[in-house]
Design a protein around this ligand. Sequence first.
Ligand SMILES: Nc1ncnc2c1ncn2[C@@H]1O[C@H](COP(=O)(O)OP(=O)(O)OP(=O)(O)O)[C@@H](O)[C@H]1O
Length: 256
Amino acid sequence: MSILEIKDLQMRFGGLMALADFTLKLPPGELHGLIGPNGAGKTTVFNLLSGFYRPTAGEIIFQGASILGLPPQVVVRRGIARTFQNIKLFQELSVLDNVRIAFHCRRRTHLWQAVLRLPCFLAEERSFRGQSMEVLTALQLADVAEDKAGQLPYGRQRRLEIARALATAPKLLLLDEPAAGLNPHESAELMGLLLDLQQRYNLSILLIEHDMKFLMPICQRLTVLDHGLIIAQGPPAAVRSDRRVIQAYLGEDAGA
Ligand SMILES: Nc1ncnc2c1ncn2[C@@H]1O[C@H](COP(=O)(O)OP(=O)(O)OP(=O)(O)O)[C@@H](O)[C@H]1O
């Protein structure tokens, strides 16, 4: 069974068809790449999956149930977490607190229990702190847990965004250009780290990335969008040699 099934998804903004007939079945544990030129509709797919937009047509089934029309905070609790193209951290808070905040959506104790500092609240806090440190360790950020997020080098801020998404205990992780702004060495390191996370947390991952070089070796399959339409879907080798992909997206880099 697929963990995610998207059927004929459509998003229209006034007269602009940003996405049409988008269909994808994602098996559990797949790392799936989403590529295409600027404005092709990639981020729109993420906004639809995470509840930021409501589609004008189509269906999204996640773990056997429709998530259509659910608001973002409910979608997160169902098990879909995302990162953004532009980093959205709490710059003034510590690295650890940025991750601890994300545990909020898993909190079982109530505000009045926090105010009275009841044992159940304190135990939950301790558990969240421990789990946050585990996530930071997985992202190789434990050594900077007490530093301000805004003072981290750019590459580490990108990793912190992923750590924060992981803290919501997702089954499906949506990563919007996680390697944007990284140098080739940092990008390669990040892709290796993503493979580790996929195994460690048993994740399905949908990953938007512009640089095909990094995507090809780590993805099981790819979907290529152009002007809101899927022009190819399949294993990297097949997609790479698809004539429409070469024309629309890869151009002269296809053989590189
Ligand atoms: N909220 C919106 N209102 C109007 N048009 C939008 C909105 N969001 C996206 N679009 C349009 O939909 C199309 C697809 O945009 P989208 O951001 O999904 O592309 P993308 O493939 O992620 O591009 P990029 O690689 O540049 O991030 C674009 O033409 C964009 O201008």
